[in-house]
Design a protein around this ligand. Sequence first.
Ligand code: PMP
Length: 373
Amino acid sequence: WTWLASALAAGVAWYHWKLLHQDKLKQRYELICDGHAGLIGNTPLIKLHSLSKATGCEIYAKAEFLNPGGSSKDRVAKGIVEDAEERGLLKPGGTIVEGTSGSTGISLALIARAKGYNCLIVMPDDQAKEKSDLLQQFGAVVEFVKPASIVNANHYVNQARQRANEIQGGYFADQFENEANCNVHYKTTGREIWEQTNGKIDAFVMSAGTGGTIAGVSLYLKHKNPNVQVVLADPPGSSLYNKVRYNVCYAAQQSERTVKRHRYDTIAEGIGIDRLTANFLKAKIDDAYAVTDQEAVDMSRYLLHNEGIFVGSSSSMNCVAAVHLARKLGPGHTIVTILCDSGQRHLTKFWNNEHLKKNWDLEPSVEMDSLSF
Ligand code: PMP
């Protein structure tokens, strides 16, 4: 009788799970989006089979490259613009101004089109050309500045702030300091990850650019379960690894990163911070891994070869750190990370072997059949 009762209970549980699952699929299929903004968020989690198998953990990645603007920055752009509208800071005919190395600019340019605003983007002139081309196609005005330290008035963020002040109806989106960034990740990305894993999540791993994602997601997950571990993946030259690991940090207003041949000493675009931003300071982080450019290059090729997943540099760094963490935690844990954008945005740099060799002295050197990280 006990056996029969357990079998019956398992059958009923399975039937309910199937109904719920089918219902969710149906909802997604039948969804009619409320314009462009309706497409933002609610991205799926992808199980990374090769990484999971190699580590004995369940490693999932949130497919943020599926947002309409191609990255997680769509959420931020929507959050910042709606917040500014609610506070009366952005009015019809106004101009959204931002200093960005690309992804946020693309998302803001699209939101601006969808809502009828103008958009002005200030960016350093050493970023992948695909990004500035897209911005201009999307109707944004792009102004380039020479790479400079944040203490310099010519730094692209400082230039953007100044341009917003000069333009009538200008609104400086200020993704680094504007907490609408972190708030939108709390309300959407964090909640979605919690729901998608049914709360069965041991750790979240993510790199930081503005810090908005790791702050919002860490706050939400730890609010739900304080035991969820949050780990930062930090690229070469960034100051955050030392801050998290040893609480050593350089004072804000200094140029903390090492600058040798390039703007910063990492191939990764959009991540690594040279100051403690308002968004990053809100994050609840337990540990950090310093990820090398070589590891990121190798992981990107490994993911493409083994999973058919084609991502950019920051996503690769996230996956490297997810594997390091899985090895530390041991088999049986569930780890979630973020695939921020697609490799298509990085074709001329991160995905160009000639560029890697010539400018970074790097060559992909991964064993495609065994995970050496
Ligand atoms: N990946 C990419 C491609 C990015 O552009 C950024 C943001 N600059 C990040 C990751 C980091 O996200 P966050 O700003 O939320 O820290």
